[in-house]
Write a protein that binds this ligand. Structure first.
Ligand code: EPU
Length: 420
């Protein structure tokens, strides 16, 4: 089992380049099903989750060529058949596999796949996705561990999402692009990755207005075609490196960022006392020892992202005083707390809040990555801790960070991957 070893205490310096976004490319790969033509993704992030969704598509006869040197993925879905059913083992490995449901119903009028399970951060139901498909006229059945949908013809409709779910917004958008007439999704998720998916779909021939706002209008088209796309930058990877600078009280330059997408993270780090300056697509992050505790509540975009909650907790553990983080998106996203406590952190969980009392120092320990962002947060804590930290179950981190140890080494951190 691979692990990452961090010897803490070093200041970081230099620059790091941010990859394109995991949460953009996953729905984009799913969306390529909508046309039988080839789609090309340039500057693709080479991540475990990208390999898994590619295998899911391969299991329904898509031909996917991943060129790791060129960071290019060529997707040919012409051989997918209307009775294709993906491998249930793969679907269980990654919840985002469910994003192929919308495109499959849209292209073939029917689809069946095994139900995605819960995961370490919460139960994560799919009711909003299914309500959306039903509203478009699909007959949806759930039973015996499977979900099935069929529709002779999808027809546009007005769909109000009870909660602005990222996945449901994406799945319904993809299902609706070739539905007859107009679909309006209200209370849609506004994440930048949804705007990116809208751009990709429009380049495939869709007619979507307002992706990235709370009301998305989709006018059904007859056909979709292949296209080439570069996903947007990964705002969560960028945020993670911003905290790497803050937690080590260092100054670094982060390249390939978009200020707009990072506003909620910039606002909170500025409140902590970190100095942040933008220069086009680059950002300077400068932290000295005089940082202040803060309160944070995770919210749908443009609120503070749940995907940055664990990393922020790591930083707040090193800042004197009391900080409170309230998690409103997932019910079980405090698994990092028990591991951070092994490093000397003082964190109490009270319902949906974690109360963090800053400590003088964290100390290295063997800790376990319980999920992707918790794993990244523990590596960050290791950078600030005295002595050596070993983060095990590092496969979680590899799902969403491209060569995290190499990027940190480039900033002067004493980090190595131990394989075996
Ligand atoms: N929800 C429902 N019913 C549904 C769908 C969602 O109740 O039908 C609930 C979920 O249980 C959760 C909340 O709504 O409590 C938000 O879930 P959402 O659907 O917005 O999340 P997602 O689409 O499953 C994406 C990202 C996550 C990120 C969330 C929230 C991808 C592939 N995943 O998940 O990313 O945390 O949005 O921003 O885009 C990560 O990268 O570490 C990660 C977990």
């Amino acid at each position: 089992m691979n692990k990452i070893s961090v010897r803490g205490g070093r200041k970081l310096q230099g620059e790091v380049n941010i990859s394109t976004a995991k949460n953009s490319i996953l729905p984009i790969i799913a969306a390529s099903i909508l046309s039988g033509d080839k789609c090309v993704i340039d500057e693709a992030p080479m991540l475990e989750d990208v390999f898994v969704i590619s295998d899911v598509l391969r299991s329904i006869s898509a031909d996917i060529n991943i060129n790791e040197e060129a960071n290019r993925i060529v997707i040919d879905t012409s051989n997918i058949k209307d009775d294709s059913e993906p491998s249930s083992n793969l679907v269980k490995m990654m919840r985002a596999s469910f994003l192929i449901m919308g495109p499959m119903i849209s292209r073939f009028g029917k689809f069946r796949l095994s139900l995605p399970g819960g995961c370490n951060i919460g139960t994560r139901p799919i009711d909003l996705h299914l309500k959306g498909f039903s509203a478009l006229g699909a007959e949806v059945n759930v039973g015996h561990g499977y979900v099935e949908a069929q529709a002779k013809k999808l027809i546009g409709n007005k769909i109000y999402l009870d909660f602005p779910s990222v996945g449901a917004t994406e799945n319904v958008m993809m299902a609706a692009v070739m539905a007859e007439g107009e679909t309006i999704i209200e209370n849609a998720a506004e994440e930048p990755e949804i705007q990116d998916l809208g751009k990709f779909l429009n380049n495939m021939g869709a007619n979507i207005i307002g992706a990235g706002t709370d009301t998305i209008r989709i006018i059904g088209v007859k056909n979709m075609k292949g296209t080439t796309h570069k996903p947007i930058c990964d705002r969560i990877e960028a945020g993670t490196f911003m905290i790497a600078a803050a937690i080590t009280r260092s100054k670094i330059k982060i390249n390939g960022v978009n200020e707009e997408y990072l506003k909620p993270i910039i606002a909170k780090l500025t409140e902590v006392g970190v100095k942040i300056a933008l220069d086009g697509n680059s950002m300077y992050v400068d932290a000295d020892s005089d940082l202040k505790p803060i309160d944070i509540k995770t919210m749908p975009y443009p609120g503070f992202p749940t995907d940055m909650q664990s990393q922020m907790a790591g930083l707040l553990c090193t800042i004197k005083g009391t900080s409170v983080i309230t998690e409103t998106i997932f019910e079980n996203r405090f698994m990092h707390a028990a591991e951070m406590k092994r490093m000397g952190a003082n964190i109490k969980i009270d319902g949906r809040s974690s109360i963090i009392e800053g400590v003088d120092k964290l100390t290295g320990a063997e800790v376990r990555a319980t999920d992707l962002r918790a794993g990244a947060a523990l590596i960050l804590c290791g950078l600030a801790a005295e002595g050596e930290t070993e983060v095990t179950d590092i496969y979680h981190v590899d799902r969403g960070y491209v060569s995290i140890e190499k990027k940190l080494q480039g900033l002067g951190a004493d980090v190595e991957r131990i394989t075996g």
